[in-house]
Design a protein around this ligand. Structure first.
Ligand SMILES: [Zn+2]
Length: 463
């Protein structure tokens, strides 16, 4: 991790940003591969799916779908892990359930009622990486909000290991939230299958889930075929802002926790305290050597930097420009700065809110915008699994009130059919009114049934 002391220089966030530029990933060759696999899966379905699974995962699979009974009884899981996953699931559920908003009917003008209602997206595809880090937490982070949203079908794809098996913890997580449709396919071919549908795998309406650069490129390709995805993804990252109250051991541990995600991950430490930075960097070296994934973490640290700035305000400004996926505030008075944070995926406040808590069990979602997308994207929430449908109901009096404005605007846009859709109704209402006036003058001559019919059709006018 490189160290820069910027206190003698003028604070220029554009200049400083160059120091913490994210590693560039050239995906040109990758895109060619993605295109080839997409067209194969589209043409040959399951057959190509099995071929690519053999090619990339080195395993022959006869059946891509996992038997329901296999999901119900995953073997080799400790009770402690099961309990841990239960705790995490409960917290995720509590936090996400609170996101559901009651629909409110709004009368924008008298007689003009408008409201929005939620509807679940019907078929959700969830991609769960397997391999060296089977992300069982991702099953919970995506499955729980999908269930709360009421999605009808959750299709989970995850790659098999060399023996054709799925990690039992992933199966247990699926069972915990009631996901019954699991397919053992991974990588680009899984995303392609969810995009087009195959003989075994249903076509999804929206695809969620993290993945390596292959999966990321595949999700981008899926967009071209009208698929929706959770968000554009990139390598994981954390930015820590610490003052003298930060604890170097904790800071080092948090930086390493993101560095171990992948060699292309990036971690940043900003501080107004030189001592703090120096101690944290020393501590990183100590802790790094004890990690099983130290080779990955060490590589990630090469793209990482610690910067000494004059004050915490400068740290916040640089962080806002960087827009980190995770932002940790190891500050004495963090509440002072919360309003100033404009770009971040998820914020962890104080020395005891470690980033791992949000990854697993505090309740917030860990599917967050990386790669600067925190400037324009939110993390996954229940809303990500829903659509909002707007409704409106306009009474006769309501249309009389807003109709002339609509006519005027439609005419200005030269869309006369639009104008006419209003005029034809307003004219009818006018003639009904004059009929009512005439008939009230001649009540004696009018028979009762005609009066009934009129009063029925004019009912709305009185409101
Ligand atoms: Zn993490």
């Amino acid at each position: 991790m490189q160290y820069t002391n910027n206190t003698a220089n003028k604070f220029d966030s554009t200049e400083l940003e160059k120091l913490i530029q994210r590693p560039f990933i050239d995906s040109e060759d990758l895109n060619q591969l993605v295109k080839k696999i997409f067209s194969d899966i589209k043409k040959n379905g399951d057959e190509s799916l099995k071929y690519y699974t053999y090619l990339f995962d080195k395993v022959k699979i006869d059946e891509v779908k996992i038997d329901k009974n296999r999901i119900k009884n995953p073997s080799g899981l400790s009770d402690e892990l099961k309990e841990a996953m239960n705790l995490a699931k409960n917290n995720i559920e509590i936090f996400h359930k609170a996101q559901i908003q009651k629909s409110v009917k709004i009368e924008t003008s008298k007689g003009v009622n408008c409201w929005r209602e939620d509807r679940p997206i019907e078929k959700i595809g969830i991609y769960v990486p397997g391999g060296t880090a089977p992300l069982l937490s991702t099953v919970l982070m995506l499955g729980v909000p999908a269930k709360i949203a009421g999605c009808k079908e959750i299709i989970l794809c995850t790659p098999p290991d060399k023996n054709g098996n799925i990690n039992p913890a992933i199966l247990f997580a699926a069972e915990l939230i009631g996901i019954e449709t699991i397919f053992k396919v991974g990588g680009i071919q899984a995303i392609a299958a969810l995009t087009f549908g195959t003989e075994s795998i249903p076509k999804a309406d929206k695809i969620f889930g993290p993945g390596n650069q292959y999966v990321t490129a595949a999700k981008q390709e899926a967009l071209k075929y009208g698929m929706a995805i959770d968000m554009p993804a990139g390598p994981s990252e954390v930015l820590i802002i610490a003052d003298e109250s930060g604890i170097p051991e904790f800071i080092a541990a948090d930086l390493l926790s993101q560095a171990e995600h992948g060699t292309d991950s990036q971690v940043i430490l900003l501080s107004d305290n030189e001592e703090m930075i120096k101690k944290s960097l020393e501590e990183i070296q100590k802790q790094l050597n004890l990690l099983p994934r130290k080779t990955i973490a060490r590589k990630a640290l090469e793209n990482s930097r610690a910067i000494l700035l004059n004050n915490i305000e400068e740290c916040i400004e640089l962080s806002n420009n960087y827009a980190p996926e995770h932002l940790i505030l190891a500050l004495k008075k963090p509440e002072k700065y919360l309003r100033q944070i404009s770009n971040a995926g998820s914020v962890f406040i104080g020395n005891y809110s470690c980033e791992s808590a949000g990854d697993y069990a505090s309740g917030t979602n860990h599917t967050l915008p990386t790669n600067g997308f925190a400037k324009n994207y939110s993390g996954v929430s229940v809303e990500s699994f829903m659509k909002k449908i707007t409704f409106q109901e306009i009474s006769k009096a309501g249309l009389e009130r807003i109709g002339p404005a609509i006519e005027m605007m439609a005419e200005a846009e030269q869309l006369m059919a639009h104008k006419n859709a209003v005029s034809i109704r307003l004219n009818q209402l006018k003639s009904l009114k004059s009929l009512e006036e005439n008939s009230s003058n001649k009540t004696l001559k009018t028979d009762q049934s005609m009066l009934d019919r009129l009063s029925e059709s004019l009912g709305g006018l009185k409101s």
